[in-house]
Design a binder for this molecule. Sequence first.
Ligand code: NDP
Length: 600
Amino acid sequence: MTTAQAWTPDRLSALRQRYRTERDRRVRPDGADQYRDAETEFGYYAADPYVAEPITRDPLHDTVDVAVVGGGFGGLLAGARIRQRGSHRVRIIDKGGDFGGTWYWNRYPGVHCDIESHVYLPMLDETGYVPEWKYSPGEEIRQHAVRMAERFDLYADALFSTAVTALDWDEDAQAWLVTTHRGDAFHAVYVVTATGTLSDPKLPGIPGIETFRGHTFHTSRWDYGYTGGTQFGGMTGLADKRVGVIGTGATGVQVVPMLAEDARQLYVFQRTPSSVDVRGNRRTSARDVGADHDGWARERRENFLRIVSGEHADTDLVADRWTSSAALLEKLLPSFRRDSAATDFESAYEAADAAKMDELRTRVEQTVLDRHTAEKLKPWYRYACKRPTFSDKYYAAFNRPNVTLVDTADTHGIERVTEHGVVVGDTAYELDCLIFATGFSVGVSGILAGKIPVRGRGGIELEQAREDHGARSLHGFTSNGFPNLIQMGTLHNASSVNYTHILDEQATHAAALVEAAEATHAVIEPSTELEDAWLAVLAEGAPDHEWFHAECTPGYYNREGRGRPNTRSSYPHGAVAFHEHLRRWRAESIGEVLRPRVTG
Ligand code: NDP
């Protein structure tokens, strides 16, 4: 392994130049417009393959205490934390046929948790469950979602295969009117939105997709009826098939080794290689993870959050490639910055980054036998420009005689799809099956980007209000003009690689708000002064990541090469401090968002 000291200024300068060249040849003028949503003529790609029979039921016109939009871990946590604090009637609504959110949809072969299961799976302390693997298979995670729903009795009022179409504040009822595509129009005193950030599958806008006459689907809608097998392999239906997979992100890296084993021929169409670090999955016992006392899972995930947030921790309980790469994760973390004189910061960071990426490129060389293929698989960008991935099988798959890597960087991706397959440059690849591992639209689900219209007091539209005045909130959860609406998500809030931890803190906060409002017969609504004060906090010394994203290879982290939106949108002092801030605020100041209900 190369040491950080070996990175002289000249070498770093040459590396920087190489990164820029690789980035520049990938940036497309159409940016995020290059993608298509899986709707209208491509709606087939978003249809639910997992519901055995279409759901039929009469529309609902009743009243519940809380409606939660979204039945993934965010919605489940909100429902569970609210029920822990009172016997409220909670109705969770989801487009999928069951709970699980991303784990309901993503059942592709090889799907696994990328974060250690013992910190990723929520409510292990409360449910008594201890995951069996360091990185759980998707099915274990999906079943844990079901376990949480059963444990907190969330099935009773749940609505599945149902899309919320609008949320309207009804001043007379002092409640929200929730309408859905199934004709439901029911009231909920409180609404929690937990619609996720990466939930709508997207397709590349490659000309001719609709002309392909073989079989095709998106990885988040895996067609086991066609492939045979399960998440664990055995796809006998592919034994005589030529399969193409487009995309080599976190999904592609997990699915490729499985397809390689079962397909007659596999073509992996790559535009930008992922960085693929050591996985090291293994069976774990309760003893290994210290699951021998109350609160063990909370302690473990707090420890993980501290480390990946650059805060001090006496010990590293998870000890994996996320924690060992922590200093490179948030470009760079407060601890890294605190230890570095301003002038030394860049070179210290760059040297550490160069060493890490060199280690990952060396990993390719050491595994992939064909030199040309190995060169194409090497990632030439800084760590975490793209979502880091982990696998001990991905690179080895390219040593199989039935697997071909097709690099499409020079043509900005695949040029066209025909009736028979895929065209890249001068070569046509004939395929029986074309699989899109092309990811998800970013930031457009639920009430984001107005997909679900939200009309608050006096009919004021949330989306319009944001367009007119910018996003306004207190802590990201509540906004003036939108009583009893609690939003979960990253806006004005915190984020972390272990996103379920963030969601749990948000759910705890949502439950406390509901409990306080119920106890005082109040509605939850911050004043504009509170919002102004929160916006001022957000503007305080937020780390400037623009320079990092501006130099990164394009992807959804940097709006396809255009840098981050030029707005401050997260709490500037990190997730650990944010959670402390919320705890203190709940203890001392929660009353400031409560105002009397209007009656009569
Ligand atoms: P991504 O958006 O990360 O990857 C999409 C892939 O499709 C990229 O390789 C992209 O290339 C490629 N692509 C897009 N358009 C074209 C084109 N025209 N021609 C060729 N290739 C194209 O989606 P994923 O589903 O892989 O991952 C999304 C997110 O979901 C992850 O970042 C992660 O947050 C999460 N995830 C988590 C997992 C876990 O924890 N277990 C597992 C899987 C996903 P390019 O890079 O050049 O744009």
